[in-house]
Design a protein around this ligand. Sequence first.
Ligand SMILES: [Zn+2]
Length: 165
Amino acid sequence: MADVFIGSCNVGLGLFAARAFGAGERILDFEGPERSDPRDGSPAECNLLQLDVGRYMLPNPPGLFVNHSCAPNAALVGGLSLVATRPIAAYEEVRFDYSTSMLEDPWQMECACGEPGCRGVVEEFGLLPRDDQRRFLAAGHVPDFIAERYARARHEDPAIAVGAW
Ligand SMILES: [Zn+2]
């Protein structure tokens, strides 16, 4: 039996748990072809996963269908693995915070996650509130290329707000 399935949600299609997952459990690894020119105005651009500065992946299903949430139940670990951040029940939709994996100001998209704490917009990690940046970094939910950029910015001038990258 598959661990996940594709189903309908409030923003179209989404990825759902087919069984319960424990906190910290890996749900899937993103796989797919690389794209170098990501933001071409097509609907697919919202589905790209950033691998590094100027490098993107268009995930194959089922990873393609993982939506963003401002109050997610999963996170991207090691840049490619989707991991539960709290217990997830069977038939619950699985989402992560896209801003943890984006370093490409000024690209953004309107957020329709519908969570009470919704930020209203999905934009790069450098533009997140400082407390959110620290929380995601401490949890290991930020890909290396962004964490290294953050560390460099902080090292060069600790007074600089990372949002000013
Ligand atoms: Zn939101």
